[in-house]
Design a binder for this molecule. Structure first.
Ligand code: HEC
Length: 155
């Protein structure tokens, strides 16, 4: 009986874990862009041996320069540098109604945020929990920090 009970508890626990995993996946659809190599570096935020470089497709930059909102399907990439070396990528991706899948207090319009390692695999780090919280402060700029650089970009 007690082993049946613990087996049942284990099953319930496993089901909850799976449900949680699915919810987490559904709430983050941002993927690493397959066309990253075609992207253009439009913002250089390197300071000393660290800092960031911001990338987007030329068509995305043209939309921003025309003063229009970035459409669903847009991806933005930030390369992260530490001690002179590239250490990973931060990606923002926008999709139709993706915001509805995010808890209201974490919502950043229809953008989803994800961190990737150099191998292109999803990376979980303490900062990955805080992407939305920090970018929420940029609501008036479509949750972006680099919109000004994008609009000012000259090839
Ligand atoms: C503490 C605040 C903060 C946190 C946390 C943060 N960002 Fe940002 N993000 C910035 C700033 C500031 C910039 C502008 C570039 C710079 O200064 O390096 C930026 C720029 C970006 C950009 C370039 C497009 C844009 O928004 O202008 C992307 C993509 C991005 N961040 C993704 C992420 C992801 C993904 C995470 C979580 C893994 C994250 N950010 C966490 C502050 C933050």
């Amino acid at each position: 009986m007690s082993s049946f009970r613990s087996a049942l508890l284990a099953l319930v626990g496993a089901t909850l874990l799976i449900a949680n995993g699915l919810a987490a996946t559904a709430a983050n659809r941002a993927t690493f862009p397959k066309d990253f190599k075609q992207m253009v570096m439009y913002g250089d935020y390197r300071r000393g041996s660290g800092g960031e470089l911001a990338y987007a497709l030329k068509e995305t930059i043209d939309i921003a320069k025309a003063g229009k909102p970035l459409p669903p399907g847009t991806r933005l990439v930030l390369e992260i540098y530490n001690d002179g070396a590239l250490t990973g990528y931060f990606v923002m991706e926008k999709g139709v109604d993706w915001g509805l899948e995010v808890d209201e207090e974490k919502r950043t319009g229809d953008w989803h945020f994800q961190e990737f390692g150099l191998d292109g695999e999803v990376k979980r780090s303490p900062i990955a929990e805080r992407c939305e919280a920090c970018h929420q402060g940029q609501e008036s700029n479509d949750f972006m920090f680099t919109r000004d650089r994008m609009e000012a970009y000259l090839p």
